[in-house]
Design a protein around this ligand. Structure first.
Ligand SMILES: *[C@@H]1O[C@H](CO)[C@@H](O)[C@H](O)[C@H]1NC(C)=O
Ligand SMILES: *[C@@H]1O[C@H](CO)[C@@H](O)[C@H](O)[C@H]1NC(C)=O
Ligand SMILES: *[C@@H]1O[C@H](CO)[C@@H](O)[C@H](O)[C@H]1NC(C)=O
Length: 211
């Protein structure tokens, strides 16, 4: 229409290209407003130890239970958790890893998970950390425990097609102070203070920036 009015081929092409670019930008903006993915939220709601013995040959005997909530805050994204590896740390030493059962999560839903770490592993603590371990043992609460969640997920955006599997940034639940239950035989252990885990972008592959 604008072509006939102006009667110039150049203007006509220019006009069409401008309109197309404008429409493209507008549709991308509308798409992101509709989807606007929020990151998945992870909290550690409870954690307890029934065993946490570090022997003189650096072997740690452990039995750790961690309750985790996973919330998908999005209105229009379904999340398929294909693989969930939970890794337990004590003062910079990873001492255990478990696979949690895969699950699917609907819009605005929260899922409760429990990771149970049980076994023994050799860890290397520095002298100062061994002293801290001994002090924590006498108090009955171990500090500097941490939990990582290494995820492989798929997502489905509204009615659009689902993505392939990808790995978002590792979820890091740091600085957990966990009571050793046996230390509190008759008394109730101090309440565990729930803590929020650090997450990167949930719907972007962690290696997306690498070439
Ligand atoms: C761990 O320590 C507790 C109490 O100190 C003891 O009863 C238990 O036998 C120890 N377990 C191991 C595997 O060393
Ligand atoms: C932790 O999870 C276990 C098993 O799902 C449950 O029995 C327990 O009540 C949970 N604890 C808290 C504080 O949510
Ligand atoms: C969210 O979870 C509840 C209970 O687990 C379930 O009944 C509901 O259908 C779920 N919603 C979606 C959108 O998946």
């Amino acid at each position: 229409m604008c072509c006939r009015l102006r009667g110039s081929l150049f203007l006509c092409i220019y006009c069409t290209i401008c309109t197309l670019i404008f429409m493209l930008i507008l549709s991308i903006i509308i798409f992101w407003i509709i989807i606007s993915p929020s990151n998945i939220k992870f909290h550690v709601t409870d954690a307890s130890l029934t065993q946490f013995n570090l022997t003189t040959d650096n072997t740690l005997y452990y039995n750790l239970r961690v309750n985790i909530t996973v919330r998908n805050p999005n209105n229009n994204i379904l999340v398929y958790y294909r693989k969930i590896t939970a890794i337990a740390w004590y003062k910079d030493n990873a001492f255990g890893a478990v696979e949690l059962a895969p699950f699917d999560q609907g819009h605005k839903n929260t899922t409760f998970l429990q990771a149970v770490f049980e076994g023994q592993n050799v860890i290397r603590l520095k002298g100062k950390q061994v002293a801290e371990y001994k002090e924590e043992t006498s108090v009955g609460i171990y500090n500097d425990l941490a939990l990582d969640l290494d995820l492989t997920i798929k997502a489905k955006y509204g009615r659009f097609k689902r993505t392939g599997s990808f790995n978002p940034a590792i979820v890091q639940c740091r600085r957990l102070g966990v009571p050793l239950i046996s230390k509190y035989n008759c008394k109730t252990p101090p309440p565990f203070s729930a803590s929020r885990c650090k997450t990167g972008a949930s719907f972007v592959d962690r290696n997306a920036g690498d070439a």
